[in-house]
Design a binder for this molecule. Structure first.
Ligand SMILES: [Zn+2]
Length: 231
């Protein structure tokens, strides 16, 4: 069920859920065409697995809005979540995009962000870190979760240069030598620029069969989740 996990964070894998093909099996997203009852069961199993009373989700739109998790189960339109509450895990859904799992355990502030190509260009992780600081965070440890790697993410030259003009660290080359983007490297550079300490959780979604990959799976597939919570 979990690809990787540690104190206060986890990344889910495909196995361990009830969704049917092409969402097999632990699809955690409601917006991809899967049976909502299956997604609900998958989410219930995940909460039990990581042993948290509740998981907070968001409706991701490739923007830079940050929402603070409240006491209810509202699902805000946002691409980052922050919280100072214990007993709730914050979730970010991806299938090639980069999940960022951030925490200042001493200050008791946790956050997650969803960064794809658009989120990178919008510096959504900068917005996340600003929001965490507003809640008292000082020393943020940001884990950059598994996502599509630059070898597997060729893009048109003009698109690469458009993004690289904003985030030069994202300029890369694909396996076949064509232009590509390294979203995770760009995200890591932004995190460092905003004063966070960065830790990598390895894995390329397109190469790792235990993860969903939008590119590899032809666009119709499930989503895995990165989770962060205050232990
Ligand atoms: Zn790859």
């Amino acid at each position: 069920m979990l690809l990787t996990a540690g104190t206060g964070y986890a990344v889910t894998a495909r196995a361990g859920g009830v969704s049917a093909t092409p969402y097999d099996a632990l699809n955690l997203a409601l917006h991809v065409g899967d049976d909502p009852a299956a997604v609900a069961e998958n989410r219930r199993r995940l909460a039990a697995e990581v042993d948290v009373p509740r998981i907070a989700w968001m409706e991701q739109v490739h923007g830079r809005e940050v929402a603070q998790v409240g006491p209810d189960d509202a699902v805000p339109v946002a691409d980052a979540l922050v919280s100072t509450e214990r007993g709730v895990a914050l979730a970010v859904l991806v299938a090639d995009c980069t999940p960022v799992l951030a925490v200042d355990a001493a200050a008791g502030v946790v956050g997650v962000a969803h960064a794809g190509r658009k989120g990178l260009a919008l510096d959504v992780v900068g917005a996340l870190l600003d929001a965490m600081r507003d809640l008292g965070a000082q020393q943020v440890l940001a884990r950059v979760g598994p996502s599509v790697c630059p070898r597997c993410y060729p893009v048109p030259l003009a698109l690469r240069e458009e993004v690289a003009a904003v985030v030069p660290e994202a300029r890369s080359v694909a396996r076949d030598g064509s232009p590509s983007l390294d979203i995770a490297a760009g995200v890591a550079a932004q995190l460092v620029a905003h004063g966070a300490q960065v830790e990598w959780l390895p894995g390329c979604s397109a190469e790792e069969p235990r993860l969903f990959s939008y590119r590899r799976d032809g666009g119709t597939t499930g989503r895995y989740a990165g989770l962060a919570w205050l232990p």
